[in-house]
Design a protein around this ligand. Structure first.
Ligand SMILES: C[S@@+](CC[C@H](N)C(=O)[O-])C[C@H]1O[C@@H](n2cnc3c(N)ncnc32)[C@H](O)[C@@H]1O
Length: 177
């Protein structure tokens, strides 16, 4: 099946070689390239565009890897540089949205005051979320979803940065703080 190539403008293609890899192709490449990965390999994407490859790696590591990681753990081994600031921001937003949806599905934010399940039994919580009993549910202690997402955002600003991969001249709001 043909895989649709995505671009933002012909001018950007000419000036920066900006052509995004279709998601279906990213999946094929990453599944093949990381088939022996146990989730511990550190990855650098040296021109990550609007994040298709990075999102695919994150998805594979959270959904398909044998290791049961939380998003912030998986993101600890994923780094990238991209020349265009708008692409960097788009990538951050896409990842944050992905992490938010993933957490809403799989993660319980445990409030130490109210207890792990907020006073409810596991069956009720699973039913609310439409989860199968066998689905792995993970717990994050002492944070609500927004606090957690802010922490993930800070990681992204540090690990996925605007810069020039040829000179490694990077512009990060966070490095060196
Ligand atoms: C062919 S696209 C690939 C994007 C992404 N890796 C993908 O597969 O969808 C190349 C990307 O490299 C970026 N780029 C071009 N020169 C760069 C440089 N010197 N340093 C970092 N990124 C660069 C462009 O902005 C563009 O987003």
């Amino acid at each position: 099946m043909p895989k649709k190539i995505k671009i933002k403008s012909k001018k950007r293609v000419r000036a920066f070689g900006e052509v995004f890899t279709p998601m279906a192709l990213c999946r094929e490449m990453i599944r093949e390239g990381l088939k022996d990965d146990d989730g511990s390999k550190t990855i650098l994407e040296p021109s990550f565009g609007n994040g298709n490859i990075i999102l695919t790696i994150l998805h594979e590591r959270l959904e398909c890897s044998k290791v049961s990681n939380l998003p912030h753990e998986a993101l600890q081994t994923i780094y990238g540089i991209e020349l265009q600031q708008d692409n960097v921001e788009e990538t951050h937003n896409r990842i944050l949205n992905y992490v938010k949806r993933w957490c809403q599905k799989y993660v319980l934010f445990a409030d130490p005051e109210k207890g792990l399940l907020d006073g409810r039994d596991l069956d009720t919580v699973f039913e609310e979320r439409g989860l199968e009993l066998m689905t792995v549910t993970r717990f994050i202690f002492g944070a609500d979803l927004n606090t957690y997402l802010n922490q993930v955002k800070a990681m992204l600003e540090f690990n996925l940065v605007q810069g020039d991969a040829l000179t490694m001249d990077i512009n990060t709001q966070w490095a060196g703080r």
